[in-house]
Design a protein around this ligand. Structure first.
Ligand code: ATP
Ligand code: MG
Length: 354
C-alpha cells in the first residue's frame, strides 16, 4: 500500500466546501484503486482562526507542514479581514516559505462546457506563473501618511536565479506537450530593468531547448491575443502579477473560474508543494452548496500526478470530463446541480469505472 500524507487547509468561504468535496472523490479513488491511500490531517487555519488568535499560522506551523507530501488548500479571504492581511497571513507564507516558485495553471475547455469565446473550444493552455518574487516580493513602504507628499512604493524584485529557474521550468513543461510552444510575457517596453532582464534570460535559456518554439508578447497585447487568437498559444510564462491576471482571464475563457486548478510547485521537492483551485473564497455563494467543485477535483488530479499516482490521476480526469460532458453543471456553468450532485456523479463514475 502506497501512503501519502496530505495536509488539508480548507480555510475561508467556499474553501472548506470544495476541499471536503475533493477529499470525497479522492477517497472514492483510493477505495477503487486499493493500492494507495491518503492520510489526511486537517488544519483549522483560516480568517476565523486569525480573528480568534491573532495569527493564521501558529508558531512552528510551517515545520509541521514540512512533514507532509502535499498540501491541499481551499481559499483564503474574508469580509472581516483586509485582503492583503489574509493573503500575506496564510497563502503567501506557505508558498514562499516552501519555495513553491512554479505556479502551474492549466486552462482547457472541458467537454460539455461552453467557452464565452466564439470557437473558443480549442483553448488548451498552461500558464506558468513565477511564484516566489517579482511584484509579490513584499518590498515597499509608505511615508508621509495623509500629507500631499504621501508616497507608497511597491518594489518588484527579480533575481537572475529566480528568473532563470522559472524559464527552465516552463521550457521543460513545453517540451512535454504536443505543440512544444512557449510564449514569454513581459512589459519590457515600459519597464526597462527587471522586464528586460526577463527577456534576456529567456533568450539565453531558449538555446538549451531547441525543440521548443518561442515567441514574445507584451502583457497588454497578450490579453487581446488570448481572446482573438487563442489557438496560437500553448505554454505561457510570466511574472507573478502578470500571470495572476492572465490566468483569471484564461479561467473565464475556459468557461468559469470554478473549473480552473493550480499547483504551487517546489520542483526540487525540498519542501511540500501546494494544490488549490484558482478561485477565491467567493462570499456570494458561501454556504449555499452551489460552489463548483471541478476546480478542486482538477487540482486533485495535479496533486496525484505530483505524488506519482499517474493512473488514479488519469482516472479522476476522465471522471471529471465524463461528468462535465454529461451536463452535471453547477450554476456558474449555467446548470442547476449542487456541489454535492457533481461530487456524487464523479464518485459514481469512479466506482463504476474499470
Ligand atoms: P481572490 O481575491 O481570492 O482571488 P476574488 O475576489 O477574485 O477572490 P472569487 O472568490 O474567486 O473572487 O470569486 C469571483 C467570482 O467567481 C464570484 O462571483 C464567485 O461567486 C465566482 N466563483 C468563484 N469560485 C467559484 C466556484 N468554485 N463555483 C462557482 N462560482 C465561483
Ligand atoms: Mg482573484
Amino acid at each position: 500500500m502506497r501512503v501519502h500524507k496530505i495536509a488539508a487547509i480548507g480555510a475561508d468561504g467556499i474553501g472548506p466546501e470544495v476541499i471536503a468535496a475533493g477529499l470525497e472523490v479522492l477517497e472514492a479513488l483510493s477505495t477503487k484503486d486499493g493500492n494507495f491511500k491518503l492520510e489526511i490531517e486537517h488544519f483549522p487555519w483560516s480568517s476565523e482562526y486569525y480573528l480568534k488568535n491573532g495569527y493564521y499560522i501558529p508558531e512552528g506551523g510551517l515545520e509541521t507542514l514540512k512533514k507532509f507530501d502535499a498540501i491541499f488548500f481551499g481559499a483564503v479571504g474574508s469580509q472581516q479581514v483586509p485582503d492583503h492581511v489574509s493573503l500575506w497571513g496564510l497563502r503567501l507564507p506557505i508558498a514562499q516559505g516552501f519555495d513553491q516558485y512554479a505556479n502551474v495553471r492549466p486552462a482547457r475547455v472541458l467537454p460539455g462546457v461552453k467557452s464565452p469565446l466564439a470557437g473558443g473550444e480549442d483553448i488548451d493552455w498552461v500558464i506558468v506563473r513565477e511564484n516566489s518574487e517579482g511584484e509579490y516580493s513584499g518590498n515597499g513602504g509608505r511615508a508621509h501618511r495623509g500629507l500631499p507628499i504621501e508616497v507608497g512604493t511597491e518594489v518588484a524584485i527579480f533575481t537572475r536565479a529566480g528568473v532563470e529557474r522559472i524559464h527552465r521550468f516552463a521550457f521543460r513543461l513545453a517540451q512535454k506537450r504536443p505543440a512544444k510552444h512557449l510564449t514569454l510575457v513581459t512589459k519590457s517596453n515600459a519597464q526597462r530593468f527587471g522586464m528586460v532582464m526577463w527577456d534576456e534570460i529567456f533568450a539565453e535559456v531558449a538555446k538549451d531547448y531547441p525543440d521548443v518554439t518561442t515567441d514574445r508578447e507584451l502583457v497588454d497585447a497578450m490579453t487581446t491575443r488570448m481572446v482573438l487568437k487563442p489557438k496560437t498559444l500553448d505554454v505561457v510564462v510570466a511574472t507573478n502579477l502578470h500571470a495572476d491576471i492572465l490566468s483569471d482571464l484564461a479561467a473565464a475563457l475556459s468557461g468559469s473560474l470554478g473549473i480552473a486548478p493550480t499547483a504551487n510547485l517546489n520542483p526540487e521537492r525540498q519542501f511540500p508543494s501546494m494544490f488549490e483551485p484558482i478561485h477565491g473564497s467567493a462570499f456570494d455563494i458561501t454556504g449555499k452548496g452551489v460552489a463548483n467543485p471541478i476546480a478542486t477535483f482538477w487540482t486533485a488530479v495535479m496533486m496525484l500526478e505530483h505524488l506519482g499516482e499517474f493512473e488514479p490521476a488519469k482516472k479522476l480526469m476522465k471522471a471529471i470530463e465524463a461528468v462535465t460532458a454529461n451536463k452535471v453543471h453547477t450554476p456558474d456553468l449555467g446548470g442547476k446541480a449542487s456541489t454535492a450532485d457533481v461530487t456524487k456523479a464523479v464518485c459514481e463514475y469512479i466506482a463504476a469505472s474499470e
